[in-house]
Design a protein around this ligand. Structure first.
Ligand code: ADP
Ligand code: MG
Length: 608
């Protein structure tokens, strides 16, 4: 009997396994093929997509092409022309070097490659399907390479079924395309989806490339960033604070011309903007860092976007001050305010200081919408104990201090006399309402409180199908990026049901005219409303939420009082009354804390 149980995996199986790592979705194949074209010194690249890359991804370049032999070998695993010996690893200038992409793609798709080098008169055509070599023959074709990848995942149904809706997969492709197009502004790109042109980008300077990708309106909203130093050279653009958006979309870091994700540097940029833009708004940025390649972790996986830097902390502080300086130079910083809150103070980073990105605690089970069904129709019933009390208790159980004092029903069961008639209210910095209560000091975030009130109001209306649309006197135009425009088309029906009338502009696929908003919300800025809606629909947290609650959330966020709104005592009183007649007065519709308590003991502690 044979005792040995170990055998080598057949090459095709090994390739399929590797493919799982390299090609998670159509967008990963797009990225690999575009990068190969760039590595081949192409100056013009054409990308054609069908069915979000499921049925076709084709990349045509005018790069250096391949010889007859190379055209066949390139599909072997570890076949690369970019790395010959271990030392080369330290001097890598190309995007790929592991020789895995083509082997992986060919393992899970039907691939046709046509390629010709300038020195050859005829080109060569190779067909390969699921790692099985089908044919190679001479062909006539222009210099360069054309690769078509058909029926991706045709032999791996599990992966195919794992793919998301077309719009999602297409957005991933767009995102990869954006990242590559931003870095390679000297290359002209022509991108077609279902035979329709998405982008035609000509060789240009960075600012123009940004505008071609994200809309001409971007142009005036960008501030240049430039700083050279020993550890890092910084170049790029940041958006002016007034152009900050409700969505995180347009934030890009590149290091040595490679896109990276870097939460720590992201924090460096965002914190430089902190006092200049409202909470929940995000600045756009396109920042290119140039560092000595030896100060980067060379062992980075080519498909991963995480990168380790040697001089992390130094780069953080240089980046932070460069952004501040640029904002200041364009006199965008507010004048010195001696009365500002100490917590907003910018403390310069000392040389050896350890800087940590902020830790955010998230309750993965929390769903802010589980409550939406429980809003009683009879407002009198609001004073009952909220049905999903456990939910908010759970939300806060890992914070050190209890949010609400001993009595979980607070303040519904608080002695009304003490709480209401003799309410002593004070508005702090036009952002918080301070209120003296039996057990100490209650601090209410006025914006979030208002969001909660509006949310429940809109939810009731939408559920009762009482939403009417109010035509706008002056229809407003909004220009969106491709991703957002696609989303609007997807949810058009729902938008109309929620009272938002929006039409496609005849001049541009990605421009829309808002002609009506839900009645009762005329004071909303329709553009901000649409941005809010997009953000809520894109946000993974609210994925499970009903369309209704998403609209109610977007409406409440765009209509809510903004920090800085002065409230009269009567208005504060009304807001508090309304808040406590909500079913969930403790949390904003997004699940953020509305009320904070400082008990008398806490206050006593301050004086010890
Ligand atoms: P890598 O890019 O890591 O070297 P790939 O599997 O992506 O590995 O490609 C294998 C090889 O095929 C490359 O090293 C290159 O020599 C060749 N190749 C791939 N795409 C092209 C292209 N568009 N033009 C010219 N050569 C290409
Ligand atoms: Mg490659």
């Amino acid at each position: 009997m044979k005792n040995d149980i170990i055998s080598l995996l057949p090459e095709s199986v090994a390739n399929q396994i590797a493919a799982g790592e390299v090609v998670q979705r159509p967008a990963s194949a797009v990225k690999e093929l575009l990068e190969n074209a760039i590595d081949a010194s192409a100056t013009e690249i054409k990308l054609l997509i069908k069915d979000a890359g499921r049925s076709l991804i084709q990349v045509i370049d005018n790069g250096k092409g391949m010889s007859e032999t190379d055209a066949r070998i390139c599909f072997e695993r570890h076949a690369t022309s970019k790395l010959h010996k271990a030392e080369d690893l330290f001097a890598i200038r190309t995007l790929g070097f592991r020789g895995e992409a083509l082997a992986s793609i060919a393992a899970i798709a039907q691939v046709e490659l046509k390629t010709r080098r300038i020195e050859n008169e005829v080109g060569t055509e190779v067909v390969i399907e699921g790692s099985v070599f089908k044919s190679q023959s001479p062909c006539s074709c222009p210099t360069g390479t054309s690769i078509s990848v058909k029926n991706l995942f045709f032999n791996t149904p599990a992966r195919r079924n794992f793919l998301k809706a077309d719009i999602t997969e297409f957005n991933h492709i767009l995102e990869e395309f954006n990242r590559i197009a931003l870095v390679n502004k000297d290359i002209s790109f022509h991108f077609f989806n279902q035979g329709k042109e998405v982008y035609h980008l000509y060789k240009s300077i960075l600012k123009h490339r940004i505008a071609s990708l994200f809309g001409q309106a971007q142009n005036e909203k960008l501030v240049v960033l430039e700083q050279k130093s020993e550890v890092v050279d910084i170049y790029g653009f940041i958006s002016k604070p007034e152009a900050a958006k409700k969505t995180r979309g347009e934030q890009y870091f590149f290091v040595n011309n490679r896109y990276i994700r870097h939460p720590y540097y992201h924090h460096a940029v965002e914190s430089a903007f902190r006092e200049l833009i409202p909470e929940n708004y995000y600045p756009g940025y396109f920042i290119f860092l140039e560092v000595d390649p030896s100060s980067l972790d060379v062992n980075i996986h080519p498909t991963k976007t995480e990168v380790k830097f040697l001089n992390d902390k130094t780069i953080y502080s240089i980046l932070n001050s460069t952004v501040k300086m640029s904002l200041g130079k364009f006199s965008l910083m507010p004048s010195l305010d001696f009365d500002h809150e100490p917590s907003f103070d910018y403390t310069p980073i000392r040389k050896d200081e350890v800087i940590r990105p902020p830790q955010i605690k998230i309750n993965p089970d929390y769903n802010p919408f589980t409550s939406s069904k429980s809003i009683p129709a009879d407002p009198l019933k609001f004073r009952q104990k909220p049905a999903n009390q456990q939910n908010w208790e759970k939300l806060y159980e890992d914070t050190q201090k209890p949010l609400i004092p001993e009595n979980p029903n607070f303040p519904a069961e608080t002695d009304d006399k003490e709480f209401k008639n003799d309410r002593i209210l004070f508005q702090l910095k036009n952002q918080y309402i301070l209120c003296s209560v039996k057990s100490g000091l209650m601090i209410i975030n006025q914006q979030r409180a208002h969001e909660r009130v509006l949310y429940e109001r809109h939810m009731q209306k939408i559920e009762a199908k009482e939403v009417l649309s109010q035509q706008l006197l002056f229809p407003q135009e909004v220009m969106l990026n491709k991703q957002d425009a696609g989303l609007i088309y997807e949810i058009k029906e729902e938008l109309i049901n929620a009272g938002i009338c929006i039409e496609n502009s005849i001049y541009h696929d990605d421009a829309f005219i808002i002609t009506g908003v839900p009645a009762g919300s005329e004071e909303v800025n329709p553009v901000i409303l649409v941005e809010e809606i997009l953000e809520v629909f894109k946000n993974e947290t609210f994925k499970q939420a009903s369309g209704y609650s998403k609209f109610a959330l977007a409406l409440s966020k765009s209509l809510a009082l903004k920090p800085g709104t002065v409230l009269k005592e009567e208005e504060m009183n009304n807001l508090i009354d309304e808040l406590f007649s909500c079913s969930l007065p403790e949390q904003s519709p997004e699940g953020k804390r509305i009320i904070s308590m400082m008990s008398l003991e806490d206050i006593g502690e301050l004086f010890k």
